[in-house]
Write a protein that binds this ligand. Structure first.
Ligand code: FDP
Length: 285
């Protein structure tokens, strides 16, 4: 007889912790005097959510590694199993203004840093007016509402709507390479498209999953790898968006195909409806 599934345990633990993380944001909106491994100022809540998740996820049987955007070293657990990469609080600069944030996770069956093709599941929690979770496993996406410790299915087999509606692109416009700028102008000139950009990747990507469209944090002049992190952000959202029938790209290939070299490496991120990503790759070629 097979035992409990560690992937289910990891997801249940993250879902249960979400309500606590949300409540714990109150009183933790200040910065600590530290930078994360990517050189960004850490909020008190970043450090706290990371420690909470590390403590809980590393005690699950069948979890071999825990890595997070907020710590430089990978935590090795005793025994073999899955490797969990987490962005404990995505978009934490939105804390100050009290706007949307999220928690992102990827569950890999290879040691980190691992390629996106080694993901067995991924998902995100969105701290919006209510707390929701989008979760991908075995090529299918489920949406949940989270209340207290409870997880309620809202929709199964979620797919990106066929008619793209929203777009949101990160980075300063003057820093966009010429080709990306041309592509952005093309997207925004379509009368069927609306701008939606909130400054937290997960909020913006969740709009794309809900309404169809495209989110990108592209390569920038002076930052050819963009801003977002492959293990904690690029791969998990690419896995989910592809499971929902969309596409991901680093500019020339699926993000899931990008070779991992470092746990904190960055990657240009473009995700959304297939035709929009196909067109992007043509323009960036
Ligand atoms: P943040 O720095 O607030 O954590 O992952 C980093 C991230 O937010 C994304 O959530 C967001 O899309 C992006 O950075 C925003 O960056 P810009 O401020 O450069 O737009």
């Amino acid at each position: 007889m097979s035992g409990p599934d560690p992937v289910d345990d990891v997801v249940a633990t993250i879902a249960r912790s979400a309500s606590e993380i949300r409540q714990g944001l109150v009183g933790r909106r200040g910065d600590v005097d530290e930078e994360n491994p990517s050189g960004e100022t850490q909020a008190e809540a970043d450090v706290w959510a990371d420690e909470l998740l590390e403590d809980r996820l590393t005690s699950i049987d069948g979890v071999a590694q825990y890595a997070s955007e907020e710590r430089s070293e990978i935590v090795d657990c005793e025994g073999e199993g899955y490797c969990v990469a987490v962005d404990p609080l995505d978009g934490s600069s939105n804390l100050k203004s009290n706007n949307t944030m999220g928690t992102v996770f990827g569950i890999y069956d290879e040691p980190l840093p691992a390629p996106g093709t080694a993901l067995v599941a991924s998902g995100w929690i969105l701290y919006g007016p209510i707390t929701t979770m989008a979760y991908a496993r075995d090529g299918s996406v489920t949406r949940y509402e989270l209340t207290g410790g409870e997880r309620t299915v809202v929709e199964e087999n979620v797919t990106i709507p066929a008619d793209p509606l929203v777009y949101g692109f990160g980075g300063r416009v003057p820093d966009w390479p010429e080709e990306f700028d041309a592509y952005a102008r093309e997207v925004e000139s379509d009368p069927g498209h609306k701008l939606r950009y909130g400054g937290a990747m997960i909020g913006d990507v969740n709009q794309v999953l809900t309404y169809g469209g495209i989110f990108a944090y592209p390569a920038l002049e002076g930052a050819p790898r963009g801003k977002l992190r492959l293990q904690f952000e690029g791969n998990p959202i690419a896995y989910l968006i592809e499971a929902a029938g969309g596409r991901s790209s680093d500019g020339s290939q699926s993000i899931l195909e990008v070779e991992p070299t470092d746990v904190h490496q960055r990657v240009p991120v473009h995700v959304g409806n297939t035709e929009l990503i196909d067109r992007l790759e043509t323009v960036l070629e």
